[in-house]
Design a protein around this ligand. Sequence first.
Ligand SMILES: Cc1cc2nc3c(=O)[nH]c(=O)nc-3n(C[C@H](O)[C@H](O)[C@H](O)COP(=O)(O)O)c2cc1C
Length: 460
Amino acid sequence: MTKRADNGLSPQIRVLSGGEHRVLAGIGHVDPGSLDGYREHGGYAGLERAVAHLGPEGVIDEIGRAGLRGRGGGGYPTAAKWRSARGRRAERRIVVANLMGADPAALGDRALAEGNPHLVLEGLLIAAFATGASEAILAVRRDWTAAIERLRTAVAQAEEQRFAGYLVMGTDFSCQVSVQEGSGALVAGEETALLAALAGDRGMPVIRPPYPTERGLWGAPTAVHNGETLAHAAWIMSHSAEAFASVGSEASRGTRLVTIHGRVPQPGVAEVPLGTPVGEIARLAGAGRGIKALFVGGAGGGALSGGELTMPYDYEPLRAAGAGIGLGQLLVTDDATCMVDTARFFLDWSAREACGKAIPCRIGTRRLVEALDRILAATPRPNDFTMLRELSRRMADTALCNLEARAPGPMLTTLARFPDEYRAHAERGGCLAGACATPELPPLVAPLADIETAPAAETR
Ligand SMILES: Cc1cc2nc3c(=O)[nH]c(=O)nc-3n(C[C@H](O)[C@H](O)[C@H](O)COP(=O)(O)O)c2cc1C
């Protein structure tokens, strides 16, 4: 049996102090195995308010007023998604909690599912009520064994006490909840791939539109939500839209779970108001002065330089900088980190995890890695830098899913911000960070003219 920390979380998950604990607040205080314990902390008051007082339209209005945006990366307004699913004429509707943890470096959803499973379940039931769904699925990454076990227990307890199942709380709202395990692949968290896998097909994306809220699992309108989004929905229903909206940025209200890792003394998960400067977030994990770059959003995100630490942690500013919020990953690097090698790491991971359905993705990501390998080995082809940018652009234009569209992000953003590191590797085989074991070679006869970079914001 895996050893667990006192707060009930797997040992690799540490909850950081500082920030604004809201959805993380229950962790360490609420017994994850007890519905009564959850009730003592106000649990299921949100569902009760929704079902007994607000009604589906009232719930959607409340979530809309709160300004909740999806925490799965895209930042799509949750109320709009619920309205779309509810507005379809259908006999059957479904809601899905996306707990696929596509990036193992993003620990927020796992912390919630392990530390406060009823909170995620309550959010899912509220989503089901609001959209008119009678089926709800908690789709969980297979190797999150503690989360799976606790979510199953939570569902059984909720059914027993009539918070889930038939005639919830004595009303005419019924919702069958199941927990389903899924593979831990990167693409498995993409919503259409997830729905394909849940339907028993191979977990590969399909073209949108139609969006899942129009035609999702088994053809039924389906609202797929990140686990953290659902936890915030439950929090909003029990604390009010105004309380939720009291922190955050103008465009993005509320808090966000961020997993801070890399060159920091205390890696862990922090809950911060959206719009907090990225450097301040890194400091919650003990990052000091020597931040060279922050890789935000994992393999589908991008790098900010140490000179951009005041940038607000928010969907639009990060996107405009060529990065992205992703699943809340924040990798801190220092002077001893090679930007080219780190970009290669992310790109290679995307290439390995590509499902293979879209040829430009399957071949394109591989070609990009090969070019980076040539650069790292100081054997670039004369037009490699042009090719990197051109191929990235084409991949984004033709992408079947965002794995492909966003895979070049870490490379494009480091190329824009740290061209000297690419130049040193390509022209001399030298690593400016002293991190790569590459022999120092004599300079090329002709310097590589095509390395000159486009501004970072134009790289995506
Ligand atoms: C490659 C890839 C992996 C993804 N992995 C996840 C994931 O692990 N968890 C998640 O919630 N969303 C993931 N998403 C986003 C989902 O497709 C979807 O937008 C999200 O679950 C919607 O939830 P939200 O409305 O709460 O943001 C991924 C997207 C892509 C392109």
